[in-house]
Design a protein around this ligand. Structure first.
Ligand SMILES: Nc1ncnc2c1ncn2[C@@H]1O[C@H](COP(=O)(O)OP(=O)(O)OP(=O)(O)O)[C@@H](O)[C@H]1O
Length: 737
């Protein structure tokens, strides 16, 4: 925007609130950055008992202290000073929040923050064991039905104290408010480097008290593991166990991780586990389907168990990326293995062949009320003694009993030409068609559920309709909509607030930075062609590089990052190119990008979630400089890149470069207009900074178009699911190819 050569933040950045925020930061800094020396200061008695070495669940038999109501802090001289100062800080924190518009919730948050703060001096004087007991008491209260919101002040105060002791990080006031908003189901927008990882511990802990599990979904395995291991000492201090799901984990390992109070994992793995569990439940006939037609029912379980224990609360990290960019991504589980299918088919035949040999009363009984068939001990003995093929023998015994009971029932109660007919179906293969008991007509396309249909097919010795390629499928969006409590954190949600609220019913809250941001926005620069733009970019890199400042350059594609890299090589500027897929290595490179005179060229997704810390001395020369080489389809992605500089009140700057042959113009303004602008650009010399507004307009148009497309898709998906449910199918398991 040539017309607005501003030196301040973009409009959409959080209000700097410099004076107030500065005061808050100044006073908070004193307590918020304990050095190694004051972490274990004498006023913090070390743990009075040995702590367990790994994550452990709170033992139910631990003695419970009287969970007294929060005590007001003792009013010692310096303490009361500190309290007064904190009360002011609380007010300032709230006023920073309220600048983005009045929220009735503010009053509640203010009260809760004050309660959390008031508990601080009390908890500070208690030893680790007492904190743990308090945590246990909270858990009992939660399990006994006490509302989590009423346990919030003490819970958050405990987490803050545990963070201070175990991690040397005391949650800032802004983080506590962010944590309260997260508990209430908000998407909290927090600038990069503002401590999302630590903030997450607050709602995770509180929700974990219910014992129903609390999940944190990240974008990759590396971040899940890193964050979980980083925060684990805090949770351990409060007697809360932490589990980590990693892609290669087997089922028992997953079950264990989900069994922990808090589980870190990727959105993808949570989705796959949900689907695998659902398939298993269906295989075991434990899935409640709404109507007839559960085609795949009756699978043997082989004694397997599901891994998840429900979906209670999920906190989504990088919420914009997961909840919007990846929302439509379907997670698909492949079909049932052939051997499993063969095993199921053989077992149906085996059960059917032997069904006439069971005698009522001797081998089985029928419950007069429920009409349920149950094997007697003699009956079970018969099942065990009957000859079996190898495949049938590998089926779990409990399953074999079920197959037998079902087969006996079918032989006694389901009669050919009364309840059903057999007729040639499509492709000449015989099929069972149900006779509607009320109308006497054939109920086309309907199937009995719970494996009855397949048992009848076995009885009639026709092909058993176990699905061959039953895939299970869920979109990321559907997955998260299944959580009754959903919240998210991101560096850039504000621009997607409408979409997030509409789809997930999650309002967005912009959390002010703990310290006032000192990031400078340099005026946009617009050129006629990419060549001229890149030449200017390289000149700027050379200039800033000479000052010893680190530079991060974001490109929209790999080939463009390579062109830039070549140009830098020609100038002899040492640099790293980041478009690799190895996340772990990528994270390391990004983490090092804040070093003296470092130059890093990256594509947009590179190293997400990795904090770029400045090396010593870099701040004094101006901090990191970020160069955006093109506008992305979503302003959110641009802001992610920009957010890499000026973290935690560091100095930093960024500039947007544009050219008239940029893709965004064509996609936003149409091919015709885009081509015209490109032609214009080729003829033009020098810069055209006055056109910057046009690019932003094009970006807004693209954003709106994508939003509309997503809404249309969502509508179709919703209709599909509704229709499937109406005909008795499971929208996740009975997926159209
Ligand atoms: N309350 C605190 N006290 C001290 N240090 C803190 C506090 N909160 C966060 N930090 C520090 O801030 C840094 C950034 O934290 P974190 O990586 O969680 O940020 P983030 O918001 O997730 O950033 P990104 O957007 O890059 O993922 C960490 O080094 C952490 O130690």
């Amino acid at each position: 925007m040539a017309t607005e050569p501003t030196n301040s933040e973009t409009q959409s950045d959080p209000p700097a609130g410099s004076a107030n925020a500065g005061q808050l930061a100044a006073s908070d800094t004193a307590v918020d950055h304990p050095t190694a020396g004051n972490v274990m200061s004498p006023d913090q008695s070390p743990s009075s008992g040995p702590m367990s070495s790994g994550p452990n669940m709170i033992a139910a038999d631990e003695s419970v202290p009287d969970p007294t109501a929060p005590n007001p802090p003792s009013s010692g001289g310096s303490d009361s000073e500190a309290n007064k100062r904190r009360a002011n800080d609380t007010g300032r924190t709230l006023s920073m929040f309220s600048r983005q518009g009045f929220r009735p919730a503010m009053f509640r948050w203010k009260r809760q923050l004050e309660q959390v703060n008031a508990l601080e001096p009390v908890l500070k004087n208690e030893d680790d064991a007492t904190l743990k007991k308090r945590s246990l008491a909270l858990r009992y209260q939660a399990m006994a039905g006490e509302k989590l919101s009423s346990l919030l002040p003490e819970g958050y105060a405990l987490v803050r104290e545990a963070g201070r002791r175990a991690l040397s990080m005391r949650h800032y006031d802004v983080q506590v408010i962010g944590g309260i908003a997260l508990f209430e189901g908000y998407i909290a927008e927090m600038q990069t480097g503002e401590g999302k990882t630590l903030t997450a511990t607050l709602p995770l802990y509180l929700h974990s008290l219910l014992g129903k599990g609390a999940h944190l979904a990240t974008v990759n395995d590396y971040l899940a593991k890193r964050d979980a291991e980083w925060m684990e000492p805090l949770f351990r201090l409060l007697g809360v166990s932490v589990g980590i799901i990693q892609t290669p984990d087997d089922q028992p390992a997953r079950r264990k991780s989900y069994g922990a109070a808090i589980t870190y994992g990727t959105a993808k793995e949570f989705g796959f586990d949900f689907l695998r569990d659902r398939l298993l439940l269906r295989a075991q006939n434990r899935l409640q389907t709404e109507m007839l037609g559960d085609g795949g029912a009756g699978f043997g379980s082989s004694g397997d168990e599901i891994v998840m224990r429900g979906m209670h609360f999920c906190l989504v990290d990088e919420a914009d990326s997961i909840l919007i960019d990846e929302a439509r991504t379907p997670l698909i589980i492949g079909s049932i293995e052939d051997t499993v299918r063969d095993q199921i088919v053989e077992t149906y035949h085996w059960a059917s062949d032997h069904a006439p040999g069971y005698e009522i009363e001797e081998h089985f009984t029928i419950d007069p009320e429920t009409k349920q068939y149950e094997l007697t001990s003699r009956g079970r003995q018969r099942v065990r003694a009957l000859p079996k093929s190898d495949l049938v023998r590998t089926m779990g015994l409990v399953d074999l009993y079920e197959y037998a009971e079902r087969a006996i029932k079918v032989h006694r109660e389901f009669l050919l030409d009364r309840q059903y007919v057999v007729r040639p179906g499509d492709k000449g293969i015989d099929e069972i068609v149900i006779v509607d008991e009320f109308t006497g007509r054939l109920a086309e396309g309907r199937k009995w559920r719970d494996g009855i249909h397949q048992a009848i097919e076995a009885k009639e010795k026709i092909e058993i309709s176990v699905p061959t390629g039953q895939a299970a499928r869920i979109t990321v969006q559907d997955l998260f909509l299944r959580y009754p409590n959903l919240a998210g954190m991101t560096g850039t949600a504000a621009t997607s607030a409408r979409e997030l609220r509409r789809i997930y019913r999650t309002p967005v809250l912009r959390v002010p930075t703990n310290k006032p941001p000192k990031r400078k926005r340099l005026p946009d620069r617009v050129f006629g062609t990419m060549e001229r733009k890149f030449a200017a970019i390289v000149a700027e890199i050379a200039e800033v590089h000479a000052e010893g400042r680190p530079i991060l350059i974001g490109t929209r594609s790999i080939d463009k990052s390579e062109i830039l890299s070549k140009m830098l090589n020609e100038l002899g500027i040492e640099h790293q190119v980041l478009n690799a897929n190895n996340v772990e290595q990528e994270a390391e490179i990004v983490a090092a990008a804040g070093g003296h005179a470092k130059v890093t060229v990256a594509t947009n997704m590179a190293g997400r979630g990795t904090d770029i810390k400045l090396s010593d001395g870099v701040e004094t020369v101006g901090g990191m400089h970020v160069i955006c080489t093109e506008l992305h389809d979503a302003a959110r992605i641009d802001r992610q890149l920009i957010g890499r500089c000026g973290r935690q009140g560091d100095r930093g700057s960024y500039r947007q470069y544009l050219s008239l042959d940029d893709d965004i113009l064509k996609s936003g303004l149409g091919m015709k207009r885009g081509d015209k602008l490109k032609e214009q650009g080729e003829l033009m010399g020098g810069s055209a900074d006055r056109l910057a507004k046009l690019f932003r307009k094009a970006q807004r148009k693209v954003e709106r178009k994508h939003f509309r497309d997503r809404m249309v898709l969502m509508h179709h998906e919703k209709e599909r699911k509704k229709m499937q449910r109406e005909i008795g199918q499971d929208p996740y398991l009975d997926t159209p190819d």
